[in-house]
Design a protein around this ligand. Structure first.
Ligand SMILES: Cc1ncc(COP(=O)(O)O)c(C=O)c1O
Length: 390
């Protein structure tokens, strides 16, 4: 039986080596500021995961490990059960995280000076792994529809840039962090066709796919055989079950030629097996975590509604961007007329709030803030009360 369904419970995360709670000074924030930035949740994970980890911990030997048949079976079953997605065991590669997989793809499929395209504002390590590997960062910026408060793709701009810049690789973020979009079938097909026609390899980062509140998450590679052949799918239990610190992700590469190139780069980086705790946690979550996940989804949906109600009712200068997926809300503070740096300072010092400043996600993110709402309602309530000090 699942025991961790009390999402209202406050769990003190201070002094647990938590990036969110224990490194404020190092990261330019204050100890008093309510941390609602990095994307992990303030909820305890499934009791099944904790039990499985305890059993491994009590065994007391933490030697090398590897993905075994039991793990693979749980993963294949999860994909089928939750996403209607048939994956083949030979497609799977494990990496210690998705950002590692993104950087590996850059090295495997492009050379120095090649162009990689992204859609800003987007999760900032997308840019970092491109720039840090001396590749050219090209962004086909998403366009905010000011009436619907939702972001749209400028397909003509995307295609033009793909052709003119001779783009080799595309990082697709679906659901999209931070804009909260869950791309529709039509949007994915338009993007996919442009990539196929121009020989662009796609990395489909689907880390947030279990958090969808409006619309439906579509597995990109199931749309067309050509997409399957040209795509690397990045998935992970880390957001879904709050396991980011255990460093495990599952990457699917149906095309054996692409898979070989990725495996080569992983070996070249000196990385071999993932850690035993990550394997154990992922298997337990995928086998037995459904009830916990349903509980979290219900709770987040209510948090999302609570936030929407209060922002629209009490904060006329702030606009909430429509959040179809993820547990990250994207708030438009542009009416304050301040730069990202000024806004961040005011939020920290006047309101005692530590959000992720929008400018980190690309220049079109300036004036926006990303707020992590995966916390007990009381925390969210407190955050909104503090926001009134601005
Ligand atoms: C879109 C996206 N990809 C990847 C990650 C991080 O993945 P990992 O911790 O597995 O490297 C995040 C975390 O917020 C994310 O939002």
């Amino acid at each position: 039986m699942e025991r961790n369904l009390r999402f209202d419970e406050y769990v003190d995360r201070r002094n647990t080596k938590s990036l969110k709670y224990d490194f404020a000074a190092e990261r330019g924030a204050t100890k008093e500021a309510l941390p609602m930035w990095v994307a992990d949740m303030d909820f305890k994970t499934s009791s099944y995961v904790i039990d499985a980890l305890k059993q491994t911990a009590e065994h007391g030997i933490f030697g090398y490990s590897e993905r075994d048949n039991s793990f693979t079976e749980a993963l294949v079953d999860w994909e089928k059960r939750r996403h209607g997605y048939d994956i083949k065991p030979e497609w799977i590669i494990n990496t210690p995280g998705i950002v590692f997989a993104l950087a590996t793809a850059v090295k495997a499929f492009t050379k120095e000076g090649d162009a990689v395209i992204i859609q800003q504002p987007v999760y900032y390590p997308f840019s970092e792994v491109i720039v840090d590997n001396d590749r050219r960062l090209i962004s086909s910026d998403l366009v905010l529809n000011e009436e619907t408060h939702s972001y749209e793709i400028d397909f003509a701009d995307f295609e033009k840039k793909v052709k003119e810049e001779k783009v080799k690789l595309f990082f697709l973020c679906n659901p999209h962090n931070p804009t909260g979009r869950v791309w529709t079938k039509e949007e994915l097909i338009k993007l996919g066709d442009i990539c196929v026609e121009n020989g662009v390899i796609i990395v489909s980062d689907e880390i947030h796919r279990d958090f969808v509140f409006e619309g439906k998450h579509i597995e990109f590679t199931t749309l067309k055989k050509e997409y399957e052949w040209q795509t690397i799918v990045c998935t992970s239990p880390s957001k879904t079950f709050n396991l980011a610190g255990l460093q495990i992700s599952n990457i699917y590469i149906p095309n054996p030629v692409l898979r070989k190139k990725v495996k080569y780069q992983i070996a070249a980086s000196g990385y071999s097996q993932v850690g035993v705790m990550g394997l154990v946690a992922c298997e337990a979550a995928y086998r037995n975590g459904d009830e916990w996940l349903e509980g979290v989804l219900k709770y987040l949906k209510e948090n999302r509604e609570y936030l929407e109600k209060r922002i629209t009712g009490e904060f006329p200068k702030i606009k909430l961007i429509r959040q179809e997926g993820t547990y990250l809300s994207w708030l438009d503070f542009r009416e304050y007329g301040q730069s990202g740096a000024e806004l961040k300072k005011r939020l920290l010092t006047e309101a005692g709030l530590w959000f992720d400043g929008g400018e980190m996600f690309g220049k079109t993110g300036d004036g926006f803030e990303r707020v992590n709402i995966a916390c007990p309602r009381k925390t969210l309530e407190e955050a909104l009360n503090r926001l009134k000090r601005l």
